[in-house]
Design a protein around this ligand. Structure first.
Ligand SMILES: Cc1cc2nc3c(=O)[nH]c(=O)nc-3n(C[C@H](O)[C@H](O)[C@H](O)COP(=O)(O)OP(=O)(O)OC[C@H]3O[C@@H](n4cnc5c(N)ncnc54)[C@H](O)[C@@H]3O)c2cc1C
Length: 459
């Protein structure tokens, strides 16, 4: 049997591509190394263990729904966030794509209400942020919530299961190329699945695998920056005035001392800090999410510093993972947490000092010293950024604010693709989503899947 299309990865990019192809009655197979939504349970989130136990397939980043299913399903409906798809298809088409993808999320059960940062309060925040050197970026956001997000993705599974073949717990080892044309995939057990067209959408989890494939095929990779930083946790009251109206506050800042580009990322009101296991690099990093039906009393968000490396250095992923591993080493294999006051005064936090503080941690991390992990300029960048943020989020730079380390975002694999996301010089091969460096969020990942699928249909 030869499929019309084989899709590697069942994240938002893979799911939306499959739906687009199935709508045109194409024979599609979706292959993912992770488990189905109902079987994806992180033992930390289930309360069974306190620290990451390195599951063979990480429920947080792998399986039906991809990394998106463990996320709290914040859909950013404004261009300029969550990826580079605009560079391929242009602003107007991206706006149409965002609407198309978003309508589908709502059709499958996402909350039809959304947050929008406009009006008087938004203008006031933009002005007071500017005085502190902060660029506040207004965005439209739909919040599905982690548990509701799983339901939406499961509804998509039920719909696609009758239209496509879905192979879960199945790892793709390689892409079969004959005479410069992709014609199938080779599974880990050696089995070959034949298809007319191949779409590789393996996400960040599969970025290291994709890099191997790409190197073997001699495809061009553009170097990308890496983001390194911490997850900040404060009482809800610090952010409430803004999160109640806008859900999330997105800001950019150039640090005073080093002129480094810093940004806030992924704000989770009444949310939880979580750890995630990166199997490809064998390390644990920190992240955050919020649930629709279970609330904490804290808001968390990432503070990230973006670094572009210049020649001769060309291993930004190696640099970031080295730092993450250092944090794991000091934390006994997991995540470090420190009070801002302790970081500033150069002493290690301990459990007693944290428990006396105003912020009750939502993740059982090891109290420690982030200055033994992050290079000096990152520490200075983070402290200066929090001081600036204090202008619009009063209290955010209080001594009891918790910093969890480290959070890294590895986007350094960016393939040179055609505008329709076809791989140049290899026929019938397409790449999209976070793994190919096209997207950095659910909406643009899903939209890139649609772009690739439409190209597959038209060629
Ligand atoms: C904790 C967390 C919270 C997040 N919160 C948000 C949020 O609120 N909003 C937002 O917009 N984004 C969020 N994100 C990011 C978002 O999830 C990703 O941008 C999005 O899922 C990327 O989609 P994708 O389809 O490109 O890849 P992914 O969703 O990563 O899916 C890739 C799939 O490919 C599979 N795979 C990889 N390699 C292979 C292989 N060799 N063989 C078979 N299968 C393979 C993986 O198992 C995975 O299931 C979050 C991410 C995390 C981890």
């Amino acid at each position: 049997m030869i499929y019309d299309a084989a899709i590697i990865g069942a994240g938002p990019a893979g799911i939306f591509a499959a739906a687009e192809l199935a709508r045109q009655n194409k024979k599609v197979v979706i292959i993912d190394k992770g488990r189905l939504i109902k079987e994806r349970v992180c033992p930390i989130l289930a309360g069974k263990v306190k620290a990451c136990v390195n599951c063979s397939s990480c429920a947080v980043v792998s399986g039906w729904g991809g990394a998106g299913s463990a996320s709290d399903g914040k859909l950013t409906l404004t261009t300029g966030f969550g990826g580079n798809l605009e560079e391929y298809i242009g602003r107007e088409e991206l706006e149409r794509m965002i609407k198309y993808v978003d309508d589908n999320f709502v059709k499958f059960g996402a909350d039809p209400n959304y947050y929008e940062a406009d009006g008087k309060l938004a203008r006031e925040i933009i002005c007071s942020g500017a005085k502190a050197g902060l660029k506040v970026l207004p965005a439209r956001i739909r919040h599905i919530g982690t548990d509701a997000s799983r339901e939406v993705l499961n509804n998509m599974y039920e719909d696609l299961n009758s239209k496509c073949d879905i192979l879960m717990n199945t790892q793709v080892r390689d892409i079969l190329i004959v005479q410069n044309a992709a014609c199938g995939v080779i599974l880990d057990n050696g089995e070959v699945i034949r298809a007319e067209k191949i779409l590789a959408v393996p996400g960040r989890e599969g970025a290291a695998w994709l890099e191997q494939v790409v190197n073997k095929l001699n495809l061009k990779i553009a170097s990308m920056p890496v983001d390194i930083g911490v997850r900040v946790e404060v009482p809800d009251s610090v952010c409430e005035v803004l999160t109640r109206e806008f859900y999330e506050v997105k800001t950019l800042y150039n640090s005073k001392t080093f002129d480094d580009r810093c940004r806030t990322f992924c704000m989770n009101p009444s949310g939880f800090v979580v750890s995630e296991f990166n199997k490809s690099h064998n390390l644990v990093t920190v992240n955050g999410h919020s649930l629709k039906n279970k609330k904490s009393e804290n808001t968390n968000f990432a503070v990230l510093v973006t670094k572009n490396f210049t020649q001769p250095f060309n291993d930004p992923i190696g640099y970031a993972t080295h730092i993450a591993k250092l944090a794991n080493m000091l934390a006994g294999g997991g995540i470090l947490v420190q009070r801002l006051a302790d970081l500033k005064s150069g002493r290690r936090s301990n459990a007693a000092r944290i428990s006396r503080g105003m912020v009750k941690p939502t993740l059982a991390a090891e109290a420690g010293d982030l200055s033994l992990v992050l290079p000096h300029r990152y520490i200075i960048d983070i402290i200066e950024f929090l001081d600036a943020l204090n202008e619009i989020l009063p209290g955010v730079n209080h001594g009891d604010t918790l910093l969890y380390g480290v959070e890294i975002k590895l986007y350094s694999l960016r393939l040179e693709l055609q505008n329709n996301l076809a791989v140049p010089n290899i026929k019938n091969l397409y790449m999209a989503g976070d793994g190919a460096g096209v997207s950095r969020g659910i909406i643009q990942a899903a939209a890139s899947g649609v772009v690739a699928a439409r190209a597959m249909l038209s060629e």
